[in-house]
Design a protein around this ligand. Sequence first.
Ligand code: S3P
Length: 436
Amino acid sequence: MTEVRFHVEAGGRLGGRVRVPGDKSISHRSIMLGSLADGVTEVSGFLEGEDSLATLAAFRAMGVAIEGPDEGQLSIHGVGLHGLRRPAEPLYLGNSGTSMRLLAGLLAGQGFDTVLTGDASLSSRPMKRVIDPLTEMGARIDSEPGGTAPLRIHGGQRLHGIHYRLPMASAQVKSCVLLAGLYAEGETCTIEPAPTRDHTERMLAGMGYPVEVEGRTACLSGGGRLRATRIDVPSDISSAAFFLVGASIAAGSDLTLEHVGMNPTRTGVIDILRLMGADIEVSNAREVGGEPVADLRVRSAPLKGIAIPEALVPLAIDEFPALFVAAACAEGETLLTGAEELRVKESDRIQVMADGLQALGIQADPTPDGIRIQGGVLRGGRVASHGDHRIAMAFAMAALRADGPIDIEDCANVNTSFPGFVELAAGAGLKISTLG
Ligand code: S3P
């Protein structure tokens, strides 16, 4: 793969109206559940990023006819819960943790064997967290000795429902267990330690599959059917987050983000930025296909450091790279705790962000479960993204407040979640160009 680097000149401001690409989590689920439904599911707003395209390719490899994507439109010819076919080769899932963990659950209940592989980052991420509950349900899965991919999933096992208390707040683990539950005898329940994104539960219900949700418990029983439907994927709040931070920190900014997904399990970034003093106005709130959506207008504002409430951590779990840049531009100290999950994302986001911020002259002290960041003056410089899309985009926004250009290495994976980032950000006012 060619090395892609971002070069971002210092300064500037963000303005205008932008629509960021479709939600990654919902796009994955639209392929998975659309494929398992009876009938044709029409999807619009699908994220044509490498992660969701990896899920799409996996289902094509299992015999599902999918037309598109064509400007975010897809037609998925569902094969029913028992219509998938054995893929001829291992399913390569690239950088995508969501693909691997959700597919592990769904494939544990099939009548055929599968092998799931990924890139170097995905092959070092923890999979024991899904292997353990699936094994308890009767699945047979082999992994590498450290509990990492490739995963070899043995089909033809009889699964039985379990009541699973998740050891960590993880929507991927919750969704994995619920998807296996579609194929299990009896009732499967997940009990999470804190609320996490609920797109799986919403989409299942939207396709006519009974799911009972009460507080932090979600239950379903195997043996039902999914009905094809229309799915309108909203813009990804996790992609919008870079612009929320960029416009907040760059004086004179006034930017509107259109059609952003506002599912309450995802809006922690807005709450945290507002606690820091950000000026974010929510308008045109509406419901689209079972998911809340709104337009967000953000104007620059002086930010102050805060102790981030731990209850907001799972609701903003993907937005911390961007939030750390906001903290670097805030007055005073920002303290994050209860966020050890950040260490097992596409990179160790606590360490990689601390290293990058320090390289730009900011005092950033990592702790086992978080970070302490002292607001200050951002210098120009060179930072390593370690192939993590969100680290690359966060540091690109940092240039709006830096006193010199910022060069970011290893940015090719921005295409996993945000194809067209450079063009969209440049159109809004970021002085960004790609090298390599
Ligand atoms: C996701 C859940 C989150 C998030 C990831 C997408 C999902 O992971 O970080 O980008 O679509 O379910 P965890 O559930 O592991 O926290």
